[in-house]
Design a protein around this ligand. Structure first.
Ligand code: HEC
Length: 474
């Protein structure tokens, strides 16, 4: 516990990451898809000699300029900001290990930004052939930035044995390539590329829906039919990609998913279950509405409202997928290496032996000395002194990465009606962390000495209202 804890009331810091990241993923994926869409569509329009389509495409490219240059860039920085606050320990590991990968990604992003700007501002000012080439520079650099980030993101789920074997030794760099091309790298790249292409199709639909169908029926029909072709690759290959991806995820992580699906009827693991349902409904809804609403017969009358409806369904699909991916990684932030609360797997035994709060900066020395004296007294038989303040630090350091008090994964709801004994039962299960513990798939072990664990129980008990005593009958 070397860093301050970011307390986001109600939402929790983890959900803050999710909210910004989903928005960013949405934008960045369709910026990548758009990269391919622009030069390919331009070449098609050129071949067909369609000046009106070119005009339409020019407007569409302005949208991508703003999207990538403003929203993509700002939310990308936003992610750095929020992960640095929410999970400083993991962010530090990622920065130290991946510094060259990030460096490459930033260079690629710079070329991506410059080329989309050049593409937009050079419409009609350079030869068509050169213009299309600039479009391809944008497409390729945008996809390469996905390539780089994909290595880092998939590393966080499956760092791979070679890296895990040297993690913490100072020799991690020797495992750079195996960590980059880790077990989920290729399937994830396939899935993300497919999503990018679909997103390009969805947003081409939004842009096409704004064409006046009475004035330009042919243009509108043609752009819509072309746009929906972009969804086809996903439709065919996405299930294959997802299956391949899941097959590379370690057994233990997958167990959580099947647990989520198997408990639908019992109302357990509510968030996971809801996500799975949202994912299934939203992806089916996207495909079905695209094919029904944009058929040749309906194309001319296709409206902005319908297009935005499809876009929202696609947004929900991506949101659910990303959140599921995060859930798969639980309880780790870096698979098999660091738990979501910043505790490394290798540190667990040491913390249990020497205490979790022994070295933290957030305790005054005199306070620490008093706790040590109390622990010693308790060890030689003196009555334990209740110490919720110490427990609060335990909670902040080890639980708040995933829990809030009254909002997202709210502790008050989870612990409602439990007395000290009831709280203590759960907490001790978390601390013992036995192989058959029901919490293992989604919660890290609670670390610390027995006295620290007791103080956490004190704190949790002091926060949840104990059940009211039954009025005794006269
Ligand atoms: C890696 C994230 C993570 C961390 C860290 C974490 N939890 Fe959890 N916890 C979860 C998840 C996920 C659930 C299940 C939520 C659900 O059912 O929607 C959960 C559920 C719970 C529940 C309800 C269990 C039940 O049987 O109903 C309790 C109590 C709880 N956590 C306590 C704690 C305590 C105490 C800590 C700190 C020592 C902690 N958690 C740390 C993720 C975490």
């Amino acid at each position: 516990m070397n860093y301050p804890v970011w307390d986001v009331t109600f939402l929790g810091s983890g959900l803050m990451i999710a909210l910004i990241a989903i928005f960013h993923v949405f934008i960045s994926h369709f910026a990548v898809g758009g990269g391919f869409y622009l030069p390919m569509t331009e070449a098609l329009a050129l071949r067909k000699g369609r000046k009106d389509w070119m005009e339409q495409l020019k407007k569409h490219s302005k949208f991508f300029l703003i999207l990538t240059g403003v929203f993509g860039a700002v939310t990308g920085v936003g992610i750095w900001f929020v992960i640095g606050l929410a999970n400083p320990e993991a962010t530090s590991t990622l920065i130290h290990f991946w510094v060259f990968a990030w460096g490459i990604e930033w260079v690629v992003f710079l070329v991506e930004l410059s080329s989309i700007a050049a593409y937009y501002y050079l419409w009609g000012r350079v030869s068509d052939a050169l213009h299309i080439k600039i479009g391809w520079v944008y497409a390729i650099t945008a996809w390469l930035s996905l390539f780089a980030i994909n290595g880092i993101l998939t590393f966080m789920l499956t760092p791979g044995q070679p890296w895990l074997a040297v993690a913490g030794s100072g020799h991690e760099t020797f495992a750079f390539w195996s960590a980059f091309f880790n077990p989920t790298f290729w399937p994830s790249l396939l899935v993300r590329t497919l999503i990018c292409l679909s997103m390009a199709g969805v947003f081409a639909l939004v842009s096409a829906s704004r064409i006046d169908g009475e004035k330009h029926p042919e243009l509108k029909t043609e752009t819509i039919l072309w746009a929906r072709k972009w969804l086809l690759p996903s439709f065919l290959l996405l299930p294959v990609g997802l299956f391949w991806y899941l097959s590379q995820v370690p057994e233990g992580h997958r167990a959580l998913l099947s647990l989520g699906a198997a408990t639908v009827g019992q109302g357990l693991f509510t968030i996971l279950t809801r996500l799975t349902i949202v994912l299934a409904l939203a992806s089916f809804g996207t495909v079905a509405s695209v094919y029904l609403l944009t058929s040749q017969r309906n194309a001319v009358g296709f409206r902005l409202g319908a297009a935005l409806g499809i876009a929202s369904l696609a947004y929900m699909t991506i949101g659910a997928t990303e959140m599921l991916r995060e859930m798969l990684r639980k309880p780790y932030v870096i698979g098999q290496h660091m738990y979501s609360n910043g505790v490394r797997k290798s540190e667990v035994a040491g913390f249990n032996q020497n205490g979790y709060l022994t070295k933290t900066l957030w305790v005054r020395p005199e306070e620490r000395a008093r706790w040590a004296a109390e622990d010693q007294a308790a060890a030689s038989g003196a009555p334990r002194i209740v110490n919720p303040a110490r427990g609060e630090l335990m909670f902040r350091g080890q639980c708040m990465a995933c829990h809030t008090w009254d909002g997202y994964r709210g502790m008050r709801t989870f612990l409602k009606g439990r007395d000290r004994q009831g709280v203590s039962n759960i907490v001790n299960v978390l601390h013992a962390y036995r192989a058959d513990s029901p919490y293992r798939p989604f919660m890290p072990p609670l670390v610390g000495t027995q006295a620290e664990v007791e103080s956490l129980i004190d704190y949790l008990t002091s926060q949840v209202s104990a059940p009211k005593p039954q009025p005794s009958k006269p």
